[in-house]
Every structure is written in structure tokens, then in C-alpha cells.
Design a protein around this ligand. Structure first.
Ligand code: PMT
Length: 221
């Protein structure tokens, strides 16, 4: 590995799931383990970058040499990311952020009642879209977890969120997506270039992704 590829760059990575509380004992979340994002943070540090990792709840230890900030909800992730955004060069958003949260967070444990219950959800803020709106010189990389029409949806997100690159994983494929040690991704660039990667360890995906980012930065795209 080239230990100077990202020297002098500040890289902000988000990882893991978010947790959206319903009451003091219950929450909504998803199957993200944090492995993809922690791999990106670790590899970026190895390539000489200054790395800030904003992480939802995971079982993983803080990566060595990485400033790790633990948060819980989508709102907390947004607040933490915005705090650092002005001074970063590259953002990689691997986190699986909740799109919805319970509209009411009950102060007391909700009691069982007769019959079914209906839960009202409200939208969270789209962090990546917000970053795209405030983008100055930052190189913005999103991830897209899709189950159908992977290319179409990924390209739509690249446009809509004003990204430089999006990494799509078809999470229905064996060995790709949530929880696994491997991933199968396709990188779509703003320039129109598409990089299809075979099944690899998440660590290798991270390295290849960072190499692609460094290349684009060099090209001044
Ligand atoms: O953590 P692992 O177990 O290793 O799994 C890795 C992964 C499957 C979580 C990862 O590879 C991945 O695909 N992450 C993105 C998951 C996701 O939420 O995709 P999305 O298509 O819903 O969101 C698109 C992008 O918008 C993502 O970069 C996401 O961080 C961002 N987003 C989404 C919603 C929201 N409210 N704010 C956001 O910033």
C-alpha cells in the first residue's frame, strides 16, 4: 500500500446503523454492522489521511489511529457530521441511516393494549443530501443499498444528492451488503466512469475505493 496516497487529506467516514428510539426500552434500527465503514476509516488512516469516523452503535472496536465519535440517532449523526464538514476534503457515507423515526418518543415504557397498535413515523433529515447542498470543495461519496434496479437508483442518487461518486451494493447478492465480511460493489462516478468490482473483503473494497477517490482528486474532478 502507498502510505502517502491520502497524506494531508481529512477524511470523514460515517458507519453503522442509526437507532431511533420509541420509548426508554425500544428502538428501530437495521442490520448494518459497521464493517464497511470501519474498513474505509482504517484503510484511509493507513494511506496517511487524518480520519474522523462518526459511528452508530456497533460491536466493533474503535479503529487504531482514527478519531472515532459514537452517536445513536440520525439527528445526532447529522449534527456531528455538520460540525466537521467545513474542514474535510473527502466524505464517505457508508452508514445505513434511518429514513424514518417514531414521531413520538414516549417518556415511559409503552403499555400493552388490546388489539393492534399503529406506529406513526416521521422522516429524518437526509444527511448526504444536506451535505450535497452545502458542498464547496469536498469530495462526496455515497453508498447505495439497493435490492432492485441497482444502476438506475444509484445514478439517480448521484444526481439528486450532488455526489462525486456513489458505491452501489446489491444487498440481495450472496456475500454483499449488511453484516458480511465481503462486499460486491459497483462504483459510479460523476464523470460517467463505472468501476465494477468482484466479490472482495470489505477491507479490499475500501482500499480500491480510496484509490479511485485519490485518482479523481488528482485529476481535479
Ligand atoms: O455496515 P455493514 O454491515 O458492513 O454493511 C454495509 C452497508 C450495506 C450498510 C453499506 O455497504 C451501505 O450500502 N451503506 C448505505 C446504506 C444505505 O442507507 O443506503 P441508502 O440507499 O438508504 O442511502 C443512500 C446514501 O444516503 C447512503 O450513503 C446513506 O448514508 C445516505 N443517507 C440515507 C438516509 C439519510 N437519512 N441520510 C443519509 O445520509
Amino acid at each position: 500500500a502507498n502510505e502517502t496516497l491520502l497524506k494531508g487529506k481529512v477524511v470523514l467516514v460515517t458507519a453503522g446503523p442509526t437507532r431511533e428510539r420509541l420509548d426508554p426500552v425500544r428502538y428501530m434500527t437495521n442490520f448494518s454492522s459497521g464493517k464497511m465503514g470501519y474498513s474505509v476509516a482504517e484503510e484511509a488512516a493507513k494511506l496517511g489521511a487524518d480520519v474522523i469516523l462518526v459511528s452508530g452503535p456497533t460491536d466493533l472496536p474503535n479503529p487504531i489511529g482514527v478519531k472515532t465519535i459514537r452517536i445513536e440517532s440520525a439527528q445526532e449523526m447529522l449534527d456531528e457530521v455538520m460540525k466537521h464538514y467545513g474542514k474535510v476534503d473527502i466524505v464517505v457515507k457508508t452508514a445505513a441511516v434511518a429514513d424514518y423515526r417514531p414521531k413520538t418518543v414516549h417518556a415511559q415504557k409503552m403499555k400493552k393494549q388490546e388489539g393492534n397498535a399503529v406506529l406513526e413515523l416521521e422522516r429524518t433529515t437526509d444527511i448526504l443530501k444536506t451535505l450535497g447542498e452545502y458542498k464547496e470543495t469536498q469530495f462526496l461519496v455515497g453508498f447505495a443499498a439497493e435490492t432492485t434496479n441497482v444502476e438506475e437508483y444509484a445514478k439517480r442518487k448521484l444526481e439528486k444528492k450532488n455526489l462525486n461518486m456513489i458505491v452501489a451494493n446489491n444487498v440481495t447478492k450472496e456475500g454483499a451488503g449488511f453484516g458480511t465480511d465481503t462486499n460486491i460493489v459497483t462504483i459510479y462516478k460523476r464523470t460517467g466512469e463505472i468501476v465494477d468490482l468482484p466479490k472482495m473483503q470489505k477491507r479490499e473494497v475500501a482500499y480500491e475505493l480510496l484509490r479511485q477517490i485519490a485518482y479523481e482528486l488528482d485529476e481535479g474532478v
